[in-house]
Design a binder for this molecule. Structure first.
Ligand code: 3PG
Length: 309
């Protein structure tokens, strides 16, 4: 019987990505792609997931309610890196495999990160004289696929590069030509620009607090293309109020976004939606990877990118 793969995206993939995802299974009558794009209500998602065998999502909430409504679901693939939107316990309880597609949208996010830094350096393009990022100190927190690309791009622009990550060692840092920070405090106190690339998990939620931010040197910018949950919003507000030289740019709006935009229009910027990964290229890579991972799972039991082990 044909296996139905539901693509449930409140923020749709680029049309080219959908064409190529369809092409990836064309000629194989075992699979059919079903689209639920720009849905507004959870009820639409619940109804669409009822009889499908596989589910592809982006930041869409694959909640317990959705998972429980799915009667035939065997696999959920998050076409992207962060899978904090999938209720893994609910999936595991129903023996559903959950996967992500790590690295596939990393370049898109890294490019946006660099763009946000330049935008901050030029005062959000308000026309007043800005500064250049070349020659400044740049650091990443989280040495994953995005962090690695950001380091490479920042270096090519002429920035001095630093990194901190739990898994990082001085040897890796030396080999790759950036400075090793032994802890977060060292990273924040060394860099004019800090870019965050960590997941939102219990130990990272609200971990970017006032104490850390206030360690940043004069004319500091914090770039967040990760998750809003990792920021302590009270600390961010305090920092923006106290430090007139501090900027915060992000592709995710915090709960207090409106207040901050009104108060500090030249020092904060938030994209309209979470759009770090919103490029045709990233959609193509992540979308095709998701389809292929689903086919490999059904055909060969491949669980390479399983995250609920
Ligand atoms: C990710 O975790 O891969 C990014 O945050 C991209 O999310 P998106 O697919 O919703 O754009």
């Amino acid at each position: 019987m044909t296996k139905k793969i539901l693509v449930a995206t409140e923020k749709p993939f680029a049309p080219e990505a959908i064409n190529l995802m369809k092409a990836a299974i064309a000629g194989n009558s075992e699979y059919e792609l079903v689209l639920l794009e720009k849905y507004k209500e959870v009820s639409e998602f619940k109804a669409a997931v009822k009889n499908v065998d596989a589910l592809i999502v982006r930041s869409d909430l694959a909640s317990k309610e959705i998972i429980e409504a799915a009667e035939n679901l065997k696999i959920i693939v998050r076409a992207g890196a962060g899978y904090d939107n999938i209720d893994l316990a609910a999936a595991t309880a129903k023996n559903i495999v959950a996967m992500n597609t790590p690295g596939q949208n990393a370049n898109a996010v890294a490019e946006l990160g660099i763009g946000l830094m330049i935008m901050a350096a030029r005062n959000m393009y308000n026309g007043k004289p800005g500064t250049e990022i070349s020659g400044k100190k740049f650091g990443i927190y989280g040495y994953g696929a995005i962090g690695k690309i950001m380091l490479r791009y920042a270096k090519s622009i002429g920035m001095e590069t630093f990194a901190y990550s739990r898994s990082l060692t001085k040897e890796i840092s030396d080999e790759n030509g950036f400075k090793y920070c032994k802890n977060l405090e060292e990273l924040f106190s060394s860099c004019n620009y800090v870019s965050l690339h960590i997941p939102a998990v219990e130990e990272t939620k609200k971990s970017i607090n006032y104490e850390l931010m206030s360690k940043m040197p004069k004319n500091a910018t914090l770039v967040n293309t990760a998750r809003k949950e990792i920021i302590c919003e009270e600390g961010l507000k305090k920092m923006l109020a106290e430090r007139k030289d501090f900027k915060y740019v992000s592709d995710i709006e915090p709960a207090c976004a409106e207040e901050l935009k009104k108060e500090y229009p030249d020092r904060v910027y938030f994209t309209v939606k979470k759009l770090g990964a919103q490029t045709e290229e990233a959609n193509v890579l992540a979308g095709i990877a998701a389809v292929k991972q689903i086919v490999c799972f059904f055909e060969a039991g491949d669980r390479t990118f399983q995250v609920n082990k």
